[in-house]
Design a protein. Structure first.
Length: 82
């Protein structure tokens, strides 16, 4: 009988250890996901700031050096046969 109880206790301990292991793995995966999401957000903010700064610099350069509008080409008339 004592051997039977010891076997049950060993199985319970094994199940407990397996749950502990799975919980630790899940926590690590969640931490990695959150870390990657935070890094992605920071990178996106940095790229957005760079894009906005470039657009502002382009607008300032355009204001200093306006581009003349392109001249329209005259339509070439084809000589009709007859």
């Amino acid at each position: 009988m004592a051997e039977f109880n010891q076997s049950i206790a060993e199985k319970a301990e094994a199940r407990f250890m397996e749950k502990q292991k799975k919980t630790a793995e899940r926590n690590q995966a969640t931490a990695e996901y959150v870390s990657e999401a935070k890094a992605r957000t920071i990178k996106t903010q940095k790229l957005r700031a760079l894009r906005l700064a470039k657009e502002e610099a382009d607008r300032a350069a355009e204001a200093l050096n306006p581009v003349a509008p392109k001249k329209k080409r005259a339509a070439v008339k084809k000589a009709g046969a007859a």
